[in-house]
Design a protein around this ligand. Sequence first.
Ligand code: ADP
Length: 245
Amino acid sequence: MAVGGVEVSRAPAGVVPDRKALVRLEEVIKVYRESDVETIALRGVDLAIEEGDSVAIMGRSGSGKSTLLNLVSGSDRPTAGRVLVDGTDVGRADEAARAQLRGRVMGIIFQSQNLLPFLTLEENVVLTGRLAGSELDRSWARELLDRVGLGDRAHHRPEQLSGGEQQRGGLACVLAAKPRLMLADEMTGELDSATAARLLDLVREIRRTEGMTVIMVTHDEGVAQTADRIVELRDGRVVADRRVR
Ligand code: ADP
């Protein structure tokens, strides 16, 4: 089928749209246009992710992983098709509605952590939680920092922390906001394997206790195996979608 001049792939036969899905992509196409250069990043992606599920998005560089995550987070809009998060059409919602959805539903972890440099770790956690509407006092912020193994770093500013500690600090901030949906782009990309393993254990624990849904982009097969489901992209298409547990 061709949509807007783009040849798209259809969902495999038998895939039934799931009404319980927290995240749903329907025939999503994303074309980037810069002057006369056109790049088709997604060529008709259908994906339904249920509440509580954990999905790893894999694929070579340039296959469309970050584009997909950006569309779900609402930081970009699809060229065609729909991206629904908790029933909201993220691609068509105005900026205020998208910001509200992000605050209400999402926690976003990107490779470079967005800790505020002039605040201590504890202040970062308290502020992020309050911005998301959580009733968060300092003792709970300390508990979260303990859980990510940074209880003794609460009064440090980000520049006084290692890269791995900043990553875990960012995760504590995400937890403070109690998101239903965590989006992570190469969450463990710059971490040594022991720290990465600790972080992944923590995510698993939080999923169990809070029922959080996770979508994580990774190129690391070991990281992907900690998810429930692995979706592989190639040239903007879903070429494999398998449940690993
Ligand atoms: P991945 O995350 O799998 O490496 P991306 O989603 O970043 O892939 O990119 C998919 C394709 O879209 C690539 O060809 C990339 O060059 C292109 N692309 C991504 N972002 C932009 C942009 N802002 N402008 C133009 N092209 C882009």
